[in-house]
Write a protein that binds this ligand. Structure first.
Ligand code: A2P
Length: 277
């Protein structure tokens, strides 16, 4: 049983999810079914990952009750705008073959388009209509959150951003939490690179845990939702086995000390990451 976090609208989200970025369409059903078998109940996809249909097929094939699975998807940048958001949502809902999506995110602020405030109004309508259980944002820097909150009627439930020991994104985490948003960390392992740290290795040895489990524990103990990614079945299972040990405050502080300020991803202020056009 994976602990849940209660979002600002009362909806519960499992604190560990399974990420599907770069999972090829033809592999997705099989990979997501194996994640369900390993015990994952929270799946994170996006229209821009082009694998929503595989996620939907895996949910059907799993035989799991709908209320036992939490599904997040995201709006592609090129679909921002009021009417285009509503149309894109219908396409995602059809691909996922779901009546209700648990969490819908604006994938990137794409500030050069100037459309995320208008887009958010469509998200609020989807929420009011009961098509989604929660709405949120992704890759929003403090300046984007400030602009959104000036006119938002619904405070986003989450901000899904890059967070890992060498890129803790502290200002964005703090601004998000202060406004009542939960943090979802993508690339929580620093795409695997943060597992090379001697500090992490020593803490892992002390607990008889893997380096990935230590880094994921560090996130969980801060109340962060994590979406680790792996193609390896043993690691997929191990990355969910996080509830048999606890890091001390001193160990958390040692990992806090790994900050390098180096992002591995795109800059949300300027990014038009082509995949998500
Ligand atoms: P692999 O797919 O071979 O397991 P992130 O979630 O930060 O994007 O990191 C994903 C990367 O971390 C992948 O390259 C993945 O490789 C690697 N990874 C995921 N889980 C583990 C683990 N438990 N031990 C070692 N490497 C891992």
């Amino acid at each position: 049983q994976i602990p849940s976090i209660t979002l600002n609208n009362g909806v519960a989200i499992p604190q560990v999810g399974f990420g599907t970025f770069l999972v090829a369409e033809e592999d997705t059903q099989r990979v997501v079914e194996s994640a369900f078998e390993a015990g994952y109940r929270h799946i994170d996809t996006a229209a821009g990952y082009y694998n929503e249909a595989g996620v939907g097929a895996a949910i059907k094939a799993s035989g799991l009750a709908r209320e036992d699975v939490f599904v997040t998807t995201k709006l592609r940048n090129g679909d921002q705008g009021y009417e285009s958001t509503l149309a894109a949502f219908e396409a995602s809902r059809a691909a996922l073959d779901l009546d209700v999506v648990d969490l819908y995110l604006i994938h990137w602020p794409s500030p050069a388009r100037g459309l995320y405030v208008e887009t958010w109004r469509a998200f609020e309508k989807l929420l009011a209509d009961g098509a989604v259980r929660a709405i949120g944002v992704s890759n929003f820097l403090p300046e984007h959150l400030t602009t959104l909150l000036e006119s938002a009627e619904v405070v986003p439930a989450v901000n899904q951003i890059e967070v890992h020991p060498t890129f803790q994104h502290a200002a964005t985490v703090a601004a998000s939490r202060a406004a009542g948003l939960a943090i979802e960390a993508y690339s929580p392992l620093g795409r695997g690179a943060d597992l090379e740290s001697d500090v992490v290795a020593a803490i892992a040895a002390a607990h008889g845990a893997t380096t990935a489990q230590v880094v994921l524990r560090w996130h969980l103990q801060q109340g962060t939702i994590v979406i680790p990614k792996s193609n390896n079945p043993e690691r997929i299972a191990a990355n969910l086995d996080l509830f048999g040990f606890e890091l001390s405050a001193a160990e958390v502080a040692l990992i806090d000390g790994l900050e390098s300020g180096k992002s591995l991803g795109s800059d949300p202020a300027t990014a038009e990451f082509s995949q998500f056009r």
